[in-house]
Design a protein around this ligand. Structure first.
Ligand code: NAD
Length: 280
């Protein structure tokens, strides 16, 4: 069995070394990494772009997915083809036992976690509040709020330097919907992102002394498949021109903001938001 060993070098905070241990215990292939990041819902859209850019920036990447193993595998292959390290890990973020298993798998593969991107999220078909049933409401909140909370909690338990961790950074993928409210489309979804914003503010203050920064990105209209799941595949084309910058955004544009918030370049930034929304 091959295994991985990670250790922190004191001479520079942001550099980690991942050593591949051969069965005879000899370390080979030592390589600097920026840290170890788990991206939830990383198999497509904004999550996949975040995984790829994290690989580019030297992170060892955990590509979490719920159902689509082959899409997650493709993201891993893309990262590895560019010289990075990644694994795909199945797990539903709204299931506590899955969340624990996903984080355990990360630890076994890459050593101590240093970063979490809480990206997994869903929305229901466009509807007015009067027509939203409780089953759909619960589904949205279970993934977008309970799931994000469970992942943040698990990350804090492992990263807190009062609990033996090495500190780190969390980025929550919220939405401009938290501010705009999504009337006539999905107020339940917007409400869930409002909860995520409050988690960002509260948790940032709570764990600042544990060596953990917590921030969020709030994407506007981004060109991904999520709009089709809301029942309007053409939503991006319809609304893109109304954005002050005149178009929808790309998953990569969101991922760049996330990577900055994870990096040492934002070392004095916590409890705040970057709107990646073209001015919307
Ligand atoms: P997407 O539908 O392409 O990706 C969402 C990912 O989350 C999928 O891979 C999905 O399988 C995964 N996921 C859903 N439920 C999960 C669960 N329970 N456990 C694990 N994974 C789960 O959509 P996207 O546009 O890439 O969205 C990513 C994030 O960005 C979401 O949180 C979304 O709310 C947010 N966002 C997107 C936009 C946009 O316009 N695309 C705007 C604002 C915010």
């Amino acid at each position: 069995m091959w295994s991985l060993l990670t250790s922190k070098h004191s001479w520079i905070d942001s550099l980690w070394w991942v050593a591949f241990l051969r069965p005879d215990g000899q370390a080979v292939g030592m390589k600097p990494t920026s840290g170890v990041v788990l991206v939830t819902g990383g198999s497509r859209g904004i999550g996949a772009a975040t995984c790829v850019l994290a690989g580019r920036d030297g992170y060892a990447v955990g590509v979490n997915y719920r159902k689509d193993a082959s899409a997650a595998k493709q993201v891993v292959v893309q990262i590895e083809a560019a010289g990075g390290q990644a694994i795909a890990i199945q797990g539903d973020v709204s299931e506590e036992s899955d969340v624990r298993r996903v984080f355990d798998t990360m630890q076994e593969a890459f050593g101590p976690l240093t970063a979490l991107v809480n990206n997994a999220g869903i929305l229901g078909r466009q509807a007015r509040v009067a027509d939203i049933d409780v089953a759909r409401l619960r589904r949205v909140l279970e993934t977008n709020v309970v799931g994000a909370f469970l992942c943040a909690r698990e990350a804090v338990r492992r990263m807190s330097n009062h609990r033996g961790g090495v500190g780190g950074a969390i980025v929550n993928v919220s939405s401009r919907a938290a501010v705009l409210g999504s009337p006539g489309e999905y107020v339940d979804y917007a409400m869930s992102k409002g909860a995520l914003d409050t988690l960002t503010v509260g948790l940032a203050k709570e764990v600042a002394a544990d060596g953990i920064r917590v921030n969020a990105v709030r994407p506007g209209i981004i060109d991904t498949a999520i709009h089709a799941s809301g029942g309007e595949p053409g939503r991006v084309a319809r609304l893109g021109p109304s954005v002050p910058l005149g178009r929808a955004g790309t998953p990569e544009e969101v991922a760049e903001a996330t990577l900055w918030l994870l990096s040492q370049a934002s070392s004095f930034v916590t409890g705040t938001f970057i709107d990646v929304s073209g001015g919307r």
